[in-house]
Design a protein around this ligand. Structure first.
Ligand code: CU
Length: 192
């Protein structure tokens, strides 16, 4: 209990500190953004899978700086409550340093998404790439894209209490019948 609270505080500090850094270093903020442009989507997806295979063990992800992210109401497992047929995302573990760096890169997802398992375990199901709009807009005139997919835009006033951000979910660790890049996965549940 205490540990995730500290993790959250660290994340918040890192996220907002990161925004300030990105704003200050506007010229550098987007430098890594084009790194995924080369190669086909399949190659990029394979690269992302290879880079994150070790994070199927949550302990490894935590050791690498991914901390539990809850929404503003303290909910950890994010589901589409109003429309359950759309499914869920799962539990987000965010890397504050990556979220705040103003960049997106295939091999370093900003957030890892896990599905709670009946035995209490956590199964890695998706990667999520996140960048704050304010940081991104400093050096880009169009929204970010990876894997040939343009990111979704979430304005401020969102359930996480975060400033406006772009995000892209990539369901490479659990099949999503709604599509590899869909936000919600009908095969993912927070009920376990
Ligand atoms: Cu998500």
């Amino acid at each position: 209990m205490r540990r995730w609270k500290q993790g959250r505080r660290r994340l918040a500090a890192a996220v907002f500190g990161g925004v300030a850094v990105a704003l200050a270093a506007a010229g550098v903020a987007g430098a890594g953004a084009g790194s995924a442009r080369s190669g086909s989507n399949a190659a990029a997806l394979a690269q992302a899978q290879k880079a994150t295979a070790e994070y199927r063990q949550l302990a490894v992800a935590k050791a690498d700086g991914y901390g539990l992210l809850k929404d503003a109401k303290g909910i950890a497992c994010i589901a589409m409550d109003g429309m359950p047929q759309m499914g869920a995302m799962g539990i987000h573990y965010a890397n504050g340093k990556l979220v705040g760096d103003g960049k997106v890169a295939v091999a370093t997802p900003d957030v890892l998404v896990y599905e709670p398992q009946a035995n209490g375990g956590r199964r890695l199901v998706a990667l999520e790439y996140v960048v704050f709009q304010s940081a991104w807009a400093k050096s880009h005139s169009s929204p970010p894209s990876l894997f040939g997919q343009t990111f979704n835009f979430t304005p401020k006033g969102n359930r996480f209490g975060l400033p406006a951000y772009y995000s892209l979910h990539v369901w490479i660790w659990k099949h999503n019948p709604s599509g590899t890049f869909s936000m919600w996965n009908p095969n993912v549940s927070c009920k376990a």
